[in-house]
Design a protein around this ligand. Structure first.
Ligand code: FES
Length: 108
């Protein structure tokens, strides 16, 4: 069973600058948003190795490489290529009427 979510507004999509990720802060959580396919994906903007800013990493196709020590993550899932036991935390994203929302666990 999937975890219940609540959707938190993260602002106008048009205001985001993707370099390669765009940083939004929701309820104190820094989130890195990336374009992916026809839509968007979001990872917590803190590398699970030592907290590097994934939004400022190096984009390589459907992966982002951490700018600090080079761990690489699948944007769609957060899976870590080098250390599978240390994935980045992915958060659900939706866009409605040009506004971005991020899904947080209902209990957060
Ligand atoms: S902090 Fe990201 S690879 Fe070290």
């Amino acid at each position: 069973m999937s975890e219940p979510l609540r959707w938190v507004d993260a602002g106008e999509l048009a205001a985001l600058r993707f370099e390669p990720g765009a940083v939004v802060v929701i309820e104190g959580i820094e989130v890195a948003v990336f374009p992916l396919g026809d839509g968007y994906t979001a990872l917590v903007n803190s590398c699970p190795h030592a907290g590097g800013p994934l939004a400022s990493g190096i984009r390589d196709g459907d992966r982002i490489e951490c700018p600090w020590h080079g761990w690489s993550f699948e944007l769609a899932t957060g899976a870590c290529i080098q250390v599978p036991s240390r994935p980045a935390r992915r958060l659900p994203v939706c866009v409605v009427d040009g506004r971005l929302s991020i899904g947080l666990p209902a209990a957060h």
